[in-house]
Design a protein around this ligand. Structure first.
Ligand SMILES: *Cc1c(COP(=O)(O)O)cnc(C)c1O
Length: 396
């Protein structure tokens, strides 16, 4: 897709100002339009708006000025022509993928997907006659081999959750396009700051805005970013008719979250890099994976494809599940939660929570060992975090 010309202001400036539509009251902060509907000056005006011959809003399931402000701001951040906000990250993935296929079609997806995303392609799609092949994401030949004449869409997530493996977005995009298919990237772990899938050739990017975009653990939301044509033909009608629309209140929270996104993600990444370096050689750590360290197995690809590291660290603790549980239970400041991207540092044990429904073999294929702890780095002082991690590792 075509990327719009680079706007004249830098990213940090656009995160504060882009997309604001002031009302006649001249408010400083963006207005929250907590309204279901809109009234018309006349019956003719209502008719024309339904005919799409008059600009304006009609019903918040379709669109709303606060939601528009969020969409315009994040489209500017992503470098996308258009955006469609959704109620949750899963609504974004479901709408983006279902909007592209019909019975008889086939999709190819990376095996190491967020649990619910994998359920959509692996369990839900076949019910509607859409075939799915799961592949080992980093293996480009596997994507090539999975293509069929009826393949319409590819889906991947990189860095992957929770093992922080990297997939070559440009490489997979080329295979998709050669096959006449599109590529959708779930960019939650990449963050809009450090990874630009559209510039690397992807056709569509989806976010759970619940994560870094809110960044303070308050509300759910999602967004789909793509060309205007993609949003208008594949996404908009599907969303408007089926209804997974975002609340204007949540859109407003996320819009304000964008103002501080770069500050938060930069600091969280800096702290994550410091903690990864500090813990890498700890005797209780079997293996530490961090996409900002030169010893990451795909460091070259990371350099080509990402502008920064990550706010996430994958820690394989010694002694399997028992070691991981002892470590997590000994943490005093860092909390146990399945969420990520929050101002508060959080740890998750994927094998027993987010990826519990998979067999040990399936978990093995996704790099999820029994000792693996996923660590989402927050905004606390790095010395407090390091002290907490070390005292807890000492209990393993
Ligand atoms: C959290 C998450 C989702 C789902 O987002 P929700 O807002 O919880 O619906 C999808 N993909 C990834 C990678 C996630 O981390």
């Amino acid at each position: 897709m075509k990327i719009p010309d680079r706007p004249e202001y830098q990213l940090e400036t656009r995160l504060v100002h882009e997309g604001q539509h002031r009302t006649a009251f001249g408010e400083t902060s963006e207005a929250l339009f907590l309204t279901q509907g809109f009234v018309y000056e006349s019956a003719e005006s209502a008719e024309n708006r339904f005919l799409n011959e008059e600009p304006g809003y009609s019903y918040t399931r379709y669109s709303n000025p606060t939601i528009t402000m969020f969409e315009e701001r994040i489209a500017s951040l992503e470098g996308a022509e258009a955006a469609q906000a959704t109620a949750t990250g899963m609504a974004a993935v479901t709408v983006a993928m279902m909007g592209q296929v019909q019975a008889g079609d086939h999709v190819v997806a990376a095996r190491a997907l967020f649990g619910s995303c994998r359920w959509i392609v692996e369990d839900l799609f076949p019910r509607f006659g859409v075939g799915c092949t799961l592949v080992d994401g980093p293996d480009l030949d596997a994507w090539r081999r999975a293509v069929r004449p009826e393949t319409k869409a590819f889906l991947l997530e990189t860095p992957s959750n929770p093992s922080l493996e990297i997939i070559d977005i440009a490489g997979v995009a080329k295979i998709a396009h050669d096959a006449g298919a599109t590529l959708t990237v779930d960019n939650v772990f990449g963050t809009p700051l450090w990874q630009k899938p559209l510039e690397l050739g992807a056709d569509c990017v989806v976010y759970s805005a619940t994560k870094h975009i809110d960044g303070q653990g308050r509300c759910l939301g999602g967004v789909i970013l793509a060309s205007t044509e993609f949003i208008e033909t594949k996404v908009q009608q599907f969303l408007r008719m089926t209804g997974p629309s975002i609340s204007p209140f949540n859109a407003w929270v996320l819009l304000k979250g964008l103002e501080t996104l770069s500050l938060r993600v930069e600091r969280q990444t800096e702290t994550a890099g410091f903690l990864a370096d500090s813990l890498h050689d700890h005797p209780k750590v079997r293996r530490l994976t961090y996409p900002g360290r030169p010893d990451h197995p795909q460091a070259d690809l990371i350099k080509r494809q990402m502008r920064g590291g990550s706010t996430m660290i994958a820690l394989d603790v010694k002694n399997g599940k028992a070691g991981a549980f002892r470590f997590m239970n000994a943490l005093k400041l860092i909390r146990i939660s399945n969420n990520l991207g929050d101002a508060k540092s959080l740890v998750t044990h994927p094998a027993t929570t987010t990826h519990q429904r998979f067999t040990p073999e399936q978990r093995g294929e996704m790099g999820i060992t029994d000792g693996l702890v996923r660590f989402s780095v927050g905004l606390e002082h790095r010395d407090d975090l390091l002290a907490d991690l070390i005292q807890a590792l000492d209990r393993v």
